[in-house]
Design a binder for this molecule. Structure first.
Ligand SMILES: [Zn+2]
Length: 318
């Protein structure tokens, strides 16, 4: 995957550069590089609107998309406005494919075995365990070869009651390692969640087992471990193949985010910290994530976190 070096003004295709610049956050003005968002979702609003009552969540996260077309349009609009060149796209696989077909240069498709597809049951369904995961993982490998998918994630099995080091997903991790592509894992217990044992199952300390088992696999701990950020930093210090994205951290609580950044900095890990938004059904979170991440970083750190680290992770030209 090679890219022509990309300057920020090119990202505003279809919009007025002047208007976009006048609304741009400080990072875009001073850095001149185009961010890569390593954590975006194409998810079915009909399925998710049942889980997330609109009235409650709009107060916290901004406008909640009620249909798939609006979700895509608002996500692209926010990417243009904040100069985001590309996003790693995860979620319901039929929508991931649709978005990539519509905007092949803006999204990097990820395969998520347990997120549900037309021919796969969700992870909580007993039928999922009965599947031939070795064979499905080989199919995933062929899909990597053909370019249908570029990486693995976001693995969200802790939401279904399974720990981060859950063995049934190891065949997919083995294939990702062999192909040199990253695997993204949900980590932490989001403030919104009331699920029993989510904190224990999504404890980033469990990623140490994965890092040991797959020493060449690039492991991305999404959401920076959230309340267990210190534990993630312990794992990242011991295992150089573990990275962190700062999605959710960067829009949930400013104080916690600032503390997390200070910890990454103190531990000398800023070369493995990645920008992400995890916009889900609320594309206005993309702007909030950009502005907050920008606010807590030096120019040098911002250039790495918003772009250069992601280029290294994905094998893209800086
Ligand atoms: Zn996510």
């Amino acid at each position: 995957m090679l890219l022509v070096p990309f300057v920020i003004t090119h990202a505003f295709a279809g919009g007025s550069v002047t208007n976009a610049k006048s609304n741009a956050p400080p990072f875009l003005i001073r850095s001149g590089v185009a961010p890569i968002d390593v954590h975006m979702h194409a998810i079915d609003p009909i399925v998710w609107n049942e889980k997330f009552p609109r009235e409650k969540h709009e107060k916290m996260f901004g406008h909640q998309c009620m249909d798939a077309e609006e979700h895509l349009a608002m996500t692209i609009q926010a990417m243009d406005r904040f100069g985001i060149q590309k996003g790693i796209l995860q979620g319901h696989l039929h929508l991931v494919r649709q978005w990539v077909e519509r905007y092949p240069n803006r999204f990097i498709p990820a395969f998520t075995p347990e997120f549900g597809d037309t021919n796969l049951p969700p992870v909580a369904d007993p039928k999922f365990l009965a599947l031939d995961h070795e064979a499905l993982a080989q199919k995933f490998g062929r899909d990597l070869d053909s370019g249908k998918y570029k990486l693995l994630g976001e693995l969200t099995h802790p939401f279904s009651g399974f720990p981060l080091n859950w063995k049934p997903l190891y065949p997919y991790l083995r294939v990702a390692e062999k192909h040199g592509v990253p695997a993204l894992f949900h980590t932490g217990d989001p403030m919104e969640s009331t699920l029993a044992n989510l904190g224990a199952n999504s404890n980033p300390s469990l990623l140490a087992d994965v890092a040991r088992e797959f020493p060449q696999l690039k492991i991305v701990a999404c959401k920076g471990g959230l309340e267990n950020n210190e534990k993630l930093i312990g794992v990242m210090t011991r295992y150089t193949n573990v990275w962190a994205d700062v999605s959710v951290l960067n829009w949930e609580n400013d104080e916690d985010f600032q503390s997390a950044i200070q910890r990454f900095r103190k531990a000398g890990l800023m070369d493995r910290v990645l920008f992400g938004s995890d916009q889900c059904l609320w594309p206005e979170l993309i702007g909030r994530a950009v502005r907050n991440t920008d606010a807590f970083l030096t120019k040098e750190e911002a250039t790495k976190v918003f772009r250069l680290n992601a280029c290294r992770l994905l094998g893209l030209s800086p």
